[in-house]
Design a protein around this ligand. Structure first.
Ligand code: NAD
Length: 638
């Protein structure tokens, strides 16, 4: 069984922690999986809310899984722990700032890392068995995962008390302090979750809230406020030691177990954070200052050893309880500069790019320029700025989030697909931008789907100029998930993407568009040749038609007459632009599709025959497709 079960059910994005034997302790991979799901669901219109729950009676989540942190940290390798915390805190913040409701069901223990997952959403539900705590000072850490945000906002000095003593809260306490929103008897949770999934509407919760079991903190709140109101840990200890009552005795006992440096820093952090401008981001930033240094300069490694590895419960802390120097606290909490936790999105992807020709080359270069990591392969030995060359197509596909192909035709696409699909990671997207027949596009999509991949056919218009300038138009067929993943790449390589429907529809749109283009170019060239013979000046012809009902892209933007209209290949000796043979390729694809679909396309058929004659029977090969004009010019009717 996987540690976490992520799926969509009805209108809900569903996350279930399922490591009950480990009290659902949160691994690094679980953090990454939660974050990735949240990112995807934020943009998914089918998902109206998120529901997070956990298997087992004992715990929602009793903390982070720190075994690997300990193992790497004892070797002096602090990078793993820092990366874990960094990504975990970003996930915590995403839950807090999420654009849709996030509902969590917190049975049993919810501690440390569990608080980070369960206590930052919009609807935090507790039940009879709930016990919430921030016990980090016991292992030489400080309350983190955004815990200090809740503690700093808690009434009176409850934050300082709960953060340093690690005392547990029942459901009533958790609501009072701000770790939870409402109590609902646990027997009702399964039906409520089902209702949330079916309706996507959180108002079902409001009707289910009941009075929570009595909180225990109000009875000791005034003692807490008296003793935990000092400037520092030392003040708190002094105050408690001069009291002699039961509360003070109990509190001192708890404090004597925990790491002095951690507790001193916790008090300082809560003091610095408390105030009206506090945000979760600020709290996480402060916490990361400590956790970043916790293994190297704090008591974290010793704390884990004593509590979890050797279980001797006899840690040897760096400082004595009363003797934490103020400078040690300051050192743990100085800003981290460029190492600080950040919440900006890293939207860069790993891309494999196959086919680096006239179109693919500049497209790949633009992706690299935008910061994506691009591994490229072309049969011809080409090198593109910013693109890392690899030895074959499969090598470009390994580990890639998206594999892009820009190849001459459907047969080559199919053979490249055979190579790359087995090498691609599950869930990755195969994005073909070549112009190919609809049948090949659909066959490749089926093969990719069977291998657990998303696939898109996304042919382009805009030519080499558009590929270089990053202004292509993409006509896209395929599933929505793949489309959403590829959208940021379309935005880099082009100025417009249109999702045309399921697989093959992008190619369908492309060949229909280019059939119109071929037909209109022939019509425009014919009309210029006729105008010549009628003695009509080409400029006058352009001035009339470009502003009359005969206007078209071929007349207005790509005029086939040299010296007339905007700059076009006609002004450059009909150097392509868009080569006549490529137009012939697209027209043939249109006729192949028309035949398969039994569509009557007489003009498309005639245009295909004319370009065939021009490219294969005359001198059209290698010329721009607008060179039809000099061809007609030379000919009479016979
Ligand atoms: P191109 O011939 O310049 O590039 C194709 C590249 O694919 C070549 O570099 C070739 O070496 C490489 N290649 C061929 N087989 C390969 C294989 N098995 N593995 C790896 N690489 C392989 O063509 P292009 O102009 O870049 O066009 C690419 C696609 O874009 C075509 O489908 C074309 O119809 C379409 N298209 C082109 C234009 C244009 O104006 N050029 C416009 C729109 C669409």
């Amino acid at each position: 069984m996987a540690d976490i079960h992520i799926r969509k059910t009805g209108h809900a994005g569903r996350i279930t922690l399922q490591r009950p034997k480990a009290l659902n302790a949160l691994t690094y991979q679980m953090c990454l999986d939660i974050d990735a799901a949240l990112k995807a669901w934020a943009k998914d219109d089918e998902v109206l809310l998120i529901v997070i729950d956990a298997e087992g009676d004992k715990a929602f989540c009793a903390g982070g899984d720190i075994a690997e942190m300990y193992e790497t940290g004892t070797r002096g390798d602090y990078a793993y722990g820092r990366k874990f915390w960094f990504d975990e805190y970003r996930m915590n913040n995403r839950l807090h700032e999420y654009p849709k409701p996030v509902v969590s069901f917190l049975q049993g223990f919810t501690m440390g890392g569990g608080v980070g997952v369960g206590c930052h959403g919009s609807h935090r539900i507790v039940g009879e068995t709930s016990q919430i705590a921030m016990p980090e000072c016991g292992i030489g850490l400080v309350p983190d995962v955004g815990g200090t945000y809740i503690l700093a906002n808690a009434p009176g000095r409850l934050g300082e008390y709960l953060g340093t003593t690690a005392s547990r809260m029942n459901a009533g306490d958790a609501i009072l302090v701000g770790f939870a929103d409402g109590f609902i008897p646990q027997a009702e949770w399964p039906a409520l979750i089902e209702a949330l999934e079916t309706t996507g509407d959180v108002t079902v919760l409001e009707q289910a809230y009941q009075d929570a079991p009595k909180a225990s903190l109000p009875a000791i709140q005034s003692a807490i406020d008296t003793h935990f109101g000092g400037e520092s840990l030392g003040d708190i200890l002094n105050s408690l030691e001069h009291d002699g009552g039961d509360f003070a005795h109990d509190a001192l006992k708890k404090l004597s177990r925990n790491a002095p440096l951690s507790m001193a820093c916790t008090v300082e952090m809560i003091h610095r954070l408390r105030g009206p401008s506090l945000t979760l981001r600020k709290a996480l930033d402060m916490e990361y200052r400590f956790t970043y240094r916790a293994m190297e300069h704090g008591d974290f490694i010793e704390g884990i050893r004593a509590q979890i590895i050797d279980k001797d419960r006899n840690p040897s802390w760096q400082h004595e309880l009363h003797k934490v120097p103020a400078v040690a606290v300051s050192k743990m909490l100085i800003p981290l500069g460029r190492n600080a936790v950040t919440f900006e999105e890293d939207n860069t992807m790993k891309i494999g790019f196959i086919g680096l020709g006239n179109m693919g080359g500049p497209m790949a270069a633009n992706l690299a320029k935008a910061g994506h990591s691009v591994a490229g392969f072309d049969m011809a030995d080409v090198s593109i700025e910013g693109v890392r060359n690899v030895s074959d197509a499969a090598a470009a596909a390994i580990g890639a989030d998206v594999v892009i192909t820009m190849l001459p035709n459907g047969a080559i696409l199919r053979s490249v697909a055979d190579e790359v699909i087995p090498a691609m990671k599950p869930g990755a997207v195969l994005l073909d931008c070549s112009t190919v027949d609809v049948e090949s596009a659909r066959a490749v999509a089926e093969q990719a789907g069977a291998a657990g991949l998303s696939s898109l056919d996304a042919p382009v218009s805009g030519g080499v100029g558009g590929a270089t300038a990053g202004t292509l138009t993409f006509m896209v067929g395929g599933d929505d998930k793949g489309y959403q993943t590829a959208l940021p790449l379309f935005e880099v390589m082009g100025q417009k993407a249109v999702h045309c429907g399921p697989s093959g529809n992008g190619q369908a749109a492309k060949i229909c568009n280019n059939m119109i283009l071929g037909i209109t170019m022939i019509g425009t060239c014919e009309a210029f040749a006729l105008a010549d013979k009628l003695g009509l000046d080409r400029q006058a012809m352009f001035d009339v038609v470009s502003t009359s009902s005969g206007y078209s892209w071929t007349m207005n933007a790509y005029c086939p007459a040299p010296g007339v209209g905007p700059q076009s290949p006609a002004d450059n000796g009909y150097q392509p632009g868009f080569a006549a043979e490529l137009m012939l390729k697209d027209l043939r694809l249109s006729q192949q599709a028309a035949e398969a679909a039994d569509a009557d396309t007489p003009m498309g058929q005639a245009a295909t025959a004319l370009y065939e004659q021009f490219v294969e029977g005359e001198d059209g090969l290698g010329k721009d497709f607008s060179a039809m004009l000099p061809r007609f010019e030379k000919r009479g009717r016979g």
